[in-house]
Design a protein around this ligand. Structure first.
Ligand code: ZN
Length: 467
């Protein structure tokens, strides 16, 4: 009988060898890599044009560079980052401003404190961290807007929220944060997705203006940081496992001042009175919002309309549809949008920054930069512009998760990917089911065993007959 045992052993070992290895395989059957999303706040699309940026250039050589990304309107930090995380226009996700406000109590919370108002963020759209976690992945976030909030009872499980009054420009801190994300979160804890936020070059752009040497210096710091990130990824052996997307929430434009222009100051507009206003959101850059007292809407609207050649006054429902900033109950009935270079002031000009954003997203100064590198991205590829909402479906595709309802289209970004992941073919083909693999393997083994049994029995019978 040794022949039989030999055959049985052979069958058993071949079944073992054929068992599917549960690698990082997504539901679509494609190999799933990790993803790091990095945002450098206010990094305008063309900030690499007047500064030497060897690391950004190398990144473009090794990966994909887009001409620019069009952020959603209103082009400011929290709303735009939440579009990155949800793929929804601002009127659809409802994080309409950096400032949380209550028109009844007149209360306003600034950017930092707004991060902790759960109901402001958890407003019907789920950020990608929660979706990834619900589909079995491990997600993390460091300093990214929206990180502190709880969504449908769930937070991003691994997170670090910056302390109040945090210095967002400290390069030593940047490196510690990178060490944490790459060394601890990706390497040690094996996270699948992390979003990482840096508050520059936005602050420097505000303080000194987008054309200043200070802003150029900060771009050099960003460039060094990108070199540092790529070295860390290599040190931990993650280069072939980790896709990296680096982008920004908006750009930056120079504010016109110094007697060169007639500033927009609402209190100086004839026929306009703050006595007619119930609640106002003014002095936050180029966009303002007003809630007139009952019965005063037409009066306020007529007083402001055409009052300044660089101020556009809209009833909320008349804001141009392309801006997607009209259809949300949190938006106030009158929306004021200034032309490039202008700021909407209330009583007095209290706003002294040299650079500003928040303008119409059609303005080139508002466009953000974009680079991507990693196993799923093509190399040395320059692509045209796309909209920020299109980033979300791309990230879901890379992570192999089913997206929530969103306003983006994978068709607008998938050409950046290497052919095996960019065709969408993996979606259309029959879903690869590991249980099915096991069934096929077992059936084959049973078949072989039956064959062996028949051959062995016949052999024994033949030998007996011969004997
Ligand atoms: Zn910003």
């Amino acid at each position: 009988m040794p022949l039989l045992w030999c055959l049985l052993g052979l069958v058993a070992s071949s079944v073992c060898a054929a068992s599917p290895v549960r690698d990082r395989v997504s539901d679509t059957g494609a190999t799933r890599h990790k993803l790091l999303l990095i945002s450098f706040d206010g990094f305008r699309w063309d900030y690499d044009r007047d500064v030497e940026t060897p690391n950004l250039d190398k990144l473009a050589e090794d990966g994909v560079k887009a001409a620019y990304v069009t952020p959603p309107f209103l082009t400011i930090t929290s709303p735009s980052h939440f579009t990155m995380l949800t793929g929804r226009y601002i009127e659809n996700h409802g994080v309409i401003h950096n400032i949380w406000f209550n028109t009844t109590t007149q209360e306003k919370k600034q950017y930092y404190m707004t991060q902790f108002v759960d109901s402001y963020w958890d407003n019907g759209s789920l950020p990608i961290w929660i979706t990834a976690q619900r589909q079995g992945l491990k997600a993390g976030s460091l300093h990214f807007p929206g990180t502190a909030a709880t969504y449908k009872g769930e937070t991003v499980r691994v997170r670090q929220v910056e302390p109040r009054f945090y210095d967002h420009s400290n390069e030593t801190d940047w490196r510690l944060n990178i060490d944490k994300v790459i060394g601890e979160w990706f390497h040690q804890h094996d996270l699948d997705f992390v979003s990482l936020y840096f508050g520059e070059p936005d602050s420097t752009g505000h303080s000194y203006g987008p054309d200043s040497p200070e802003r150029q210096n900060m771009v050099r710091q960003v460039d060094r940081t990108i070199g540092y990130i790529r070295n860390k990824i290599q040190d931990y052996g993650l280069t072939e496992q980790l896709n990296v997307i680096i982008t920004a929430d908006h750009g930056m434009s120079t504010v016109l001042r110094g007697g060169l222009v007639e500033e927009i100051i609402l209190s100086k507009i004839p026929g306009f009175s703050f006595r007619d206003i119930e609640f106002q959101l003014l002095d936050y850059g180029p966009v303002g919002m007003l809630l007139p007292k009952e019965g005063m809407l037409e009066k306020v609207y007529e007083a402001l309309r055409g009052a300044h050649p660089h101020l556009h006054v809209f009833k909320k429902e008349d804001v141009p549809a392309r801006l997607h900033y009209s259809n949300h109950p949190r938006l106030l009935p009158i929306i004021l949008i200034a032309d490039p270079g202008y700021i909407v002031n209330g009583l007095l000009p209290v706003h002294y920054s040299k650079g500003e954003h928040g303008f119409d997203n059609d303005l080139m100064d508002m466009k953000a930069f974009f680079r991507a590198v990693g196993p799923d991205f093509q190399k040395n590829l320059l692509v045209g512009p796309f909209d920020m909402v299109d980033l979300y479906p791309l990230m879901c595709h890379l992570l192999g998760i089913s997206p929530e309802t969103n306003d983006g289209h994978l068709d607008n970004t998938k050409h950046m990917l290497v052919s095996k992941t960019n065709t969408g073919e993996d979606k259309d083909r029959v879903q690869k089911n590991p249980d099915m693999d096991v069934m096929i393997g077992l059936s084959a083994a049973v078949g072989v065993l039956l064959l062996v049994f028949v051959i062995a029995t016949s052999y024994i019978m033949w030998k007996r007959t011969k004997a």
